[in-house]
Design a binder for this molecule. Sequence first.
Ligand SMILES: Nc1ncnc2c1ncn2[C@@H]1O[C@H](COP(=O)(O)OP(=O)(O)O)[C@@H](O)[C@H]1O
Ligand SMILES: [Mg+2]
Length: 336
Amino acid sequence: MEPIIKIEHLNKEFKMKDTDVHALQDVSLDIYKGDIYGIIGMSGAGKSTLVRCLNFLERPTGGKVTVNGKDLSALSETDLRKARKDIGMIFQHFNLLMQRSVIDNVCFPMEIAGMNRREARKKAMEYLKIVDLEEKAKAYPAQLSGGQKQRVAIARVLASDPKILLCDEATSALDPQTTKSILQLLKQINREFGITIVVITHEMAVVQEICSHVAIIDQGNLVEHGTVEEIFLAPKSREAKRLIYQGYEKVAEMKGKRCVRIAFSENSSFEPVIGNMVLAFKAPVNILYANTRDLDGVAKGEMVLQLPEDEELAKKMVAFLKNERLAVEELESYVS
Ligand SMILES: Nc1ncnc2c1ncn2[C@@H]1O[C@H](COP(=O)(O)OP(=O)(O)O)[C@@H](O)[C@H]1O
Ligand SMILES: [Mg+2]
C-alpha cells in the first residue's frame, strides 16, 4: 500500500537579510491512510513549516511531497488548487469569520464550491450535528467558548469533504478537559469518515490521547518516529525522552535520586509487580509519579520509582523489573 502522504528529503530554508533559517532538514516520513499521525516538537522546531509544506502553502526548497499519489511540485496552480481540496486544516485560533453566524461559517466552503444555498444549509446542519452544536447554528463566534469555536471549525472543514485533516496546535488554546473532548471528536471523525489526520502539537499528552504514530522533530530534524506505543515504551532519542518526561510533576525533585521510569505495555496493573518486588527484596521503594491511561483501548501506564540508596540493591531491583518485561530506564540524565 502506498502512503497517502509521502515526504522525501524535505528541506525548507528561509532566506533572511542577515542569516538563513534552515527550518527543515532532510525530513522523510510516510503517513498511511487512516493514520492519526502526531508531529511533536518544541516551539520553533519546524512543525508549522512542515504541515504548511504538506499543502504547499509553503514551497519546500528541496525534496518531494507526494499526496494521494501526486507529486505536488509537478502540479500547475490549477491542479494544486484541486489537490488542496482533499486537505483540510484547523488551527490554534480557529480562524472563524467573526461577522458570520455559525451556520454561515460552515456553509462558506460549500458556497465557494458553488453549492446552492438551501442544500449547503441542509448539509451544514448535518455537520453541526456531528460536532454536537446544532443548537448554536444561529449564534455568532463571539458568543461561543473556545471549544465550541473549534467544533465550528471542524464542522466547516468537514463540509469540504477532505481526505486529510491537518491540525496545527488545534487544542493548544484550550483547557485540558476541552482538549480531551476535541481530541475525542477528531478520533470519531477519523473512524467514521476514514479521514487521515496529522496532529501538530508540543504536548506528549495529546499524542498519547489519540495518535497511532508519532514523529519527533527538533531544530528542523526528524529525530525519531514510530508507533506511539514503540516510542512511549522505549524512547531512544534525548528529545523523545524529554517530551515524555515533560508531563512529570516534581521533575526537579527526581534529579539525582536514583529514579527509574518503568513503562507497561500489557493490559495489566503495576501494583502486583511493585508489591512483589518490595516483598522479595524487603526494601521499600517510593512511587514519585504514576500515570495510567487508555491507549487504543488498552490500559497502559508508566511510573517513576525511587530505588533504595544501596547501589547493589537498586541494581538487583532494575534486573527484577526488566525480568518482568517492563521497559526500565534511569531518569536522571534526561531530567532538566
Ligand atoms: N515565514 C518565515 N520566515 C522566516 N522564518 C520563518 C518563517 N516561518 C518560520 N520561520 C522559522 O522557522 C523555524 C521553525 O518555525 P515553525 O515551523 O513555526 O516552528 P514550530 O511550529 O515548531 O513552532 C523558526 O526558527 C522560525 O522562526
Ligand atoms: Mg507552530
